[in-house]
Design a protein around this ligand. Structure first.
Ligand SMILES: [Ca+2]
Length: 158
């Protein structure tokens, strides 16, 4: 009995204490692409940012996802320690707030921009290639479009 209580406490501690890397990844919030409004509609995109200039990656990159009206509907800091990986939560428009456009409509094209901290400039979506990777549930059709509960793998190369 005592042993099982001890094990329960150990398991609880493992569960509630985040590993240092996870904590660092979660605290890295975008400072350039800000103002994303989370809504009940969302999709997830996983991948790598692969810049031609590796120095640009080391100095820090952020991804900002815009819909065709220029609404910022997702943003993330690229994880330099993990080789340029990213996880993006991209939000759709909340239909219960018709006066507000918080995000993308179903099927709407998404535009991925990248801010380079080192270069102090934004790389436009037109200069970034989207490439399918193996992280998602199924391969996306590119260029990527908004799909509620979509789960896709896509790398960004520029
Ligand atoms: Ca709305």
């Amino acid at each position: 009995m005592k042993k099982s209580i001890f094990l329960s406490i150990v398991l609880l501690l493992i569960t509630i204490c985040p590993r240092p890397e996870t904590a660092a990844a979660e605290t890295a919030k975008p400072v350039f692409f800000t103002g994303v409004k989370p809504t009940p509609q969302s999709m997830t995109v996983y991948g790598l940012v692969i810049p031609n200039d590796v120095g640009m990656l080391n100095q820090g990159l952020e991804i900002g996802v815009f819909d065709s009206q220029g609404t910022l509907c997702g943003a993330s800091v690229v994880n330099v320690k993990n080789g340029g990986s990213f996880i993006l939560q991209i939000y759709g428009d909340d239909l219960s707030t018709p006066a507000l456009d918080e995000g993308a409509q179903p099927g709407e094209r998404l535009y991925f921009n990248i801010y380079s901290k080192g270069a102090g400039k934004t790389i436009a979506a037109s200069e970034i290639s989207q490439v399918v990777n193996s992280y998602g549930n199924k391969a996306p059709r590119l260029p990527l479009r908004f799909e509620d509960r979509g789960h896709y793998g896509m790398d960004l190369i520029f």
